[in-house]
Each structure stands twice: as C-alpha cells, then as structure tokens.
Design a protein. Structure first.
Length: 320
C-alpha cells in the first residue's frame, strides 16, 4: 500500500533523511519509532505530501506523491499531533467543511459524515462547539476528519499525547478497529502503545533505518538474548552478583534497589545462543555453591523498551 524508496531530505547542510526505504502492507498497523530528531515527522510529512523530498520516491497505492499528488492524497487520511480543528465550529459543521475540501460527492457527504461520527463515537457532541469539548473529544474529532471519505491509508502522528489513561485505552481500541479495514501508520513515543497495537515496527535514528520487523522478531536482532530474573536474600545480593559475574554467558547484571538496601532482586541478560532453561540450572548451581539460596528464578522476555534502547546503543557503538 505504501512504498518509500531511497528517501532523502536535506535542510541546507543537515541531512534529515538518509536514503530511507521501507514498505507498508495493506490493512497493516505499522509502528514508527525513533528518538527526538530521528526524522519521523519529516518522513510522515513527505508521505502525506506536506513536504517535498530532496530525492527518492513515495508511492501511495501505486500513486507517486510528487508526480500524482491529487490521486495519492485521496488515499490518505492524516491526523497530526495537534488536531487541525476549527474551535468555533461544531464537529458536524467541521466534518462537512472537510468533506467539501476533500471533494466528497454531495450525494455521499451526509452518509460519510455519519459513518465517521459513528466510528469515532462523537454523536453525543456533534452539535456542540469544538472549543467546549475535552482534549479527548477534540482528538476524536481530528480522527473523524482523518477517516472521512474512507481513505485507504490513515497516518497518525502522536495521537494520544495529552490524553488521560481511559482516553488512551479507548483510542487504542479505535485504532485496532480501523486496522481491520485501513492501512495505519502510527508514530508514538509510548513504546507500550506501539507494542500493543502494531503488527510491524520500524525504528529510525538520524534519518536512517535501524530496524524493521514484528515486535516478536525484533528481539532476534539482538541475537535472541533474553533476561532472567533472580530473587535471593537481601544479605546475599552482593555475593550473588559476584558469583553471576563468573558465568561466561552472562552479559549484563542489574539490581533493583529498595531504599538504601538491596532488595535481593537481580536481573541478568544472557547471550543469544544460550538456552534459558540450561542457564537457569547453571545459575542455580553457581549461587548454591556461593551459599546464596535462590528464592525465585524466571525468564523474562525483552520488552520493546529493552529492544529499542539496545538497537540504538548498538548503532552508537558502530558509529564510534
């Protein structure tokens, strides 16, 4: 549905995008991650036609965003971080205005507005002035304009910023529903949100593609490494750490502090080629020999936060 080929964007001497290439499949929820200044917003602005690339090509359902801007933009619904709503309009008036701007046929406009209102659950506020609505409802109105006319592609830039926890949950459910019928690109700094919603994730840094895969498969880019959590007595914490440092497969050790004393909870990372089950046995034996009774031991999956940090750390190492 979306093809980005060798995309470059320069601002004077600053290279914002460095030959970026990726594709997004039809009816896929695609997560877009990167630190501040990575080039996320620049990429989204080029995909939606707000910015022209310095070089490269973007195809939306086969239409070049530069060569065929009208045909390409008809496929896109866009919700920027700040919803582009008019405060002195009601949601219904605003959606009618947007529908006319999108050149939706007059005979279909009323039906399309009704569909967008129903999907975003704003029927109870459709005749209130937007300036009187909460942040959550304004965000829903912004989403309604993005999906108005049933575009094939919906692009959401930080859509949950400023929402309360309940509003975030409701918004996530809405995105999941939209993903059944639309291709969705979601940019967010909330990694848990990306992991829960998205079927595929792309990580960029300094305008370059760092990683792209499913949340599960991204861990394989770290050689399949995993975490093991160990609980020992607080008094044995330091001796346990010294024992674990002698195990060849252990690559990193961290402790959870409880005030001034150690809580006795230790997390270790092991090499990717080491079996977690074998390692648990090896760790238990090592700690027993060090006279550190093991109170609990379990494998932990690498979180998206772990993966994100380690992939970016790996890139920094390569640049040195």
């Amino acid at each position: 549905m979306i093809e980005v080929k060798d995309l470059v964007k320069k601002y004077d001497n600053h290279l914002a995008l460095d030959h970026l290439s990726f594709s997004v499949e039809e009816n896929q929820i695609f997560g877009f991650l990167g630190p501040n200044g990575a080039g996320k917003s620049t990429t989204m602005n080029i995909i939606t036609g707000y910015l022209a690339p310095t070089a490269g090509q973007v195809l939306i359902d086969g239409h070049d965003i530069v060569e065929e801007p009208i045909a390409a933009k008809r496929c896109i619904g866009y919700l920027p971080e700040l919803p582009p709503v008019y405060m002195d309009m009601t949601p219904y008036e605003y959606l009618k205005f947007v529908g006319q701007a999108k050149k939706i046929e007059k005979s279909r406009l009323k039906e399309e507005i009704h569909k967008a209102i129903e999907k975003t659950n704003i029927a109870d506020v459709q005749n209130r002035l937007i300036k009187t609505l909460s942040k959550g409802y304004r965000q829903r109105v912004g989403m309604a304009q993005a999906i108005l006319g049933d575009p094939k592609v919906i692009i959401l830039d930080e859509p949950t910023v400023g929402l309360d926890p309940m509003q975030i949950i409701e918004f996530r459910e809405l995105v999941k529903e939209l993903g059944k019928e639309h291709t969705v690109i979601l940019s967010s700094h909330i990694l848990a949100e990306i992991a829960e919603i998205c079927q595929k994730i792309m990580i960029i840094s300094k305008g370059k593609l760092i990683a792209i895969d499913t949340p599960d498969n991204l861990s394989h880019q770290l050689d399949g490494g995993c975490l093991i959590s160990i609980k020992v007595r607080e008094a044995d914490s330091q001796r346990a750490v010294e024992s674990l440092q002698q195990i060849e497969e252990v690559t990193e050790i961290s402790q959870i502090a409880d005030g001034e004393a150690q809580s006795g909870l230790i997390t270790i990372e092991i090499k990717g080629n080491a079996s977690p089950q074998t390692m648990q046995e090896k760790i238990s034996v090592s700690l027993m020999e060090a006279k550190c009774p093991v109170m609990a031991i379990e494998e932990k999956e690498l979180s998206l936060e772990d993966i994100f940090i380690k992939i970016l750390d790996g890139q920094k190492e390569e640049e040195r």
